[in-house]
Design a protein around this ligand. Structure first.
Ligand code: ATP
Ligand code: MG
Length: 569
């Protein structure tokens, strides 16, 4: 490719709405352009990078025997009604009508469609297992599209789905695909972690996420010091000490006037207590009751995903109205506590180890202090209710937990029979009986990978993606071809020869100042740069520099191909 015939579309300034470095650089390097909120065009240069990522993804998926398909992006509502997700998915799903007023959606994911296809195609256990994948556009009407293609509304996903006769077979394929994902992110040169994850909307039992490590990542990852445990904070647990042994009471229970002291920090300060001596009471809607009280220590936060999985608690987790709160606690918000409450009470394990603690008195403008379990209040039911915090003990009790940040680029799930049950996707088993198929699903955010990779691979000059992802492998910069005819012809000959070998080369034949050309090649991140100039050619020499080198080196024109050959990955 020649720059004279290629839309480089680089720009000096990043748009003001670009917060992340990857977003800024992708605009400045002419990789993407915004059409509307969360909608981006992939420009020629960015498209080359995106294709390279898709190639690696497809190569590794093919290697584990997955078969490529392409399903429609538009999906009929009936399938989603059958699985029960038409109502569950909510406003993230873009719903549309056709000319006959039939309801459709623009697919945010494809479990329903693939299940519908495969319940028709697969009818015997002998045909199983099989795995299908596609690299296809999804639409999710995100509440806050941001960070460019990192969280856009329309994005490219590689989604795969596997079908099995047994849970063991599903687990085998799941491990194979996990291996393929490890290979994909390793080949792409990314620093990543696999973590336990919550299954969210998609459902199912086991799920793990792949995260590219980056401080700008939206997800908090919890990692154990002994390297044994890694989980998304949404799902992370710490060592659950079920002994519930607490120190013997030292204080008498005392009611303290706390006028208008409604928050835990204010309560700690006003009462002169450590925040860890406070029990926080949160009143939420119950599944079968008006209200349930959840208790966590003052320095801890309720994890809604854990709380809403409890049988007594309504999912999704919902705070009670002020009216219900006043009815069940007899006080205003900010003064609730477990003493004397006539609703189910569930406490985090750490709360049951507290003694001489403080909590709301269920009387406006009053709190208790010196409260002790058993003596002043019946020991409530215990559960894991909270987000872990740094320094917590690992679930195995060996080592401690610390946090790091990541960008979710892949997510794999064992769905079990969730979709095959609701959509009646069955096969005949070896006993001739009908049974639901076991399913797995596996997603990779192809467009997000490009942004995540740039978060990890950039410097003050611009993008420096690893060669497997770079838009071109080699840049040939031609200086002042008018000065000497050999400059243009030698550059052309080298360009042809490298291109013939299948090396991707961008020949910069613009009549720009050298500084401008160098800066642009650095901004877009071409790993290998060769400069051909009249001055160099006078000694039959050309200049070579890797994107990460400080200094350029001179090589003889005749040697440069061999030199380059040993440096290309
Ligand atoms: P997130 O938690 O980031 O919203 P998700 O868990 O909803 O993502 P999945 O349903 O697991 O996403 O989709 C598979 C992959 O698709 C994700 O791992 C992510 O890489 C990518 N992806 C999801 N939403 C977006 C988006 N809005 N923009 C770009 N990529 C996305
Ligand atoms: Mg996910």
């Amino acid at each position: 490719m020649r720059t004279s015939q290629f839309l480089l579309a680089t720009q000096k300034e990043a748009p003001s709405d670009a917060e992340l470095i990857s977003h800024k650089l992708m605009i400045r390097a002419g990789f993407i352009r915004k059409l509307s909120s969360g909608l981006y065009t992939w420009m020629p240069l960015g498209m080359r990078v995106l294709n390279k990522v898709s190639d690696v993804v497809r190569f590794e998926m093919d290697k584990v025997g997955a078969q490529q398909v392409c399903m429609p992006t538009i999906q009929p509502a009936e399938l989603w009604q059958e699985s029960g997700r038409w109502d569950l998915y909510g406003p993230m799903m873009l719903r549309i009508h056709d000319r006959n007023n039939r309801e459709f959606c623009y697919g945010p994911t494809h479990e329903e469609v693939i299940t519908d296809i495969m319940r028709k195609e697969l009818n015997s256990y002998k045909q199983l297992p099989q795995t299908f994948y596609q690299v296809q556009t999804k639409f999710r009407d995100e509440i806050r599209p941001r960070f460019g293609v990192m969280r856009s509304r329309e994005f490219l996903m590689k989604d795969a789905y596997s079908f099995h006769a047994s849970a063991e077979c599903l687990d085998n394929t799941y491990q194979d695909i996990k291996g393929a994902y490890n290979a994909i992110f390793t080949r792409l040169g990314l620093d990543f972690r696999v973590v336990l994850a919550d299954s969210g909307e998609i459902g199912g039992d086991n799920s793990e996420e792949f995260h590219v490590l980056a401080n700008s990542g939206e997800d908090t990852l919890v990692i154990s010091s002994n390297g044994e445990y890694a989980a998304n904070i949404e799902r992370a647990t710490s060592y659950l000490d079920n002994s519930h042994v607490c120190d013997a009471p030292k204080q008498e229970k005392q009611k303290v006037s706390t006028p208008d002291i409604r928050s835990v920090p204010a309560q700690a300060e006003y009462m002169g207590l450590d925040i860890k001596q406070i029990v926080k009471t949160i009143i939420v809607e119950g599944k079968d009751t008006d209200a349930v009280a959840l208790l966590v220590r003052g320095d801890h936060e309720i994890n809604p995903l854990k709380a809403e999985k409890l049988p007594a608690v309504k999912s999704p987790l919902t705070m009670v109205s002020e009216e219900i709160l006043k009815k069940v606690t007899q006080c205003e918000p900010g003064f609730c506590g477990p003493l004397g409450l006539d609703i189910p009470i569930i406490a985090d394990h750490t709360v049951l180890q507290m003694s001489d603690f403080s909590c709301g008195a269920n009387e406006t403008d009053f709190h208790f202090k010196g409260v002790n379990w058993n003596r002043d209040c019946k020991l409530p039911e215990a559960a894991d209710l909270r987000f872990v915090v740094e320094g917590d003990r690992c679930p195995s009790s060996q080592g401690t937990l610390s946090f790091t940040r990541g960008v979710e680029v892949g997510h794999i799930f064992q769905l079990g029979t969730k979709y095959s049950d609701s959509m009646n996707a069955t096969v005949l088993n070896d006993a001739g009986k009908t049974q639901p198929m076991f399913m797995g699903c596996y997603g990779i955010g192809v467009t997000r990978i490009v942004a995540a990779a740039i978060e990890q691979h950039h410097d003050e000059k611009g993008i420096c993606l690893p060669e497997v992802m770079a838009p071109f492998q080699v840049a040939i910069v031609v200086l002042n071809p008018k000065k000497d005819e050999a400059v243009g012809s030698k550059a052309e000959a080298l360009y042809q020869s490298l291109s013939d070998k299948g090396i991707s080369v961008l020949l910069d034949d613009r009549k720009e100042r050298p500084g401008v050309m160098f800066a642009e090649m650095d901004l877009i991140g071409i790993p290998h740069r060769i400069v051909i100039s009249a001055r160099g050619l006078a000694d039959n020499q050309v200049e070579y520099k890797h994107r990460s080198d400080e200094e350029a080196q001179m090589f003889s024109y005749d040697q440069i191909e061999a030199e380059l050959g040993s440096r290309l990955s």
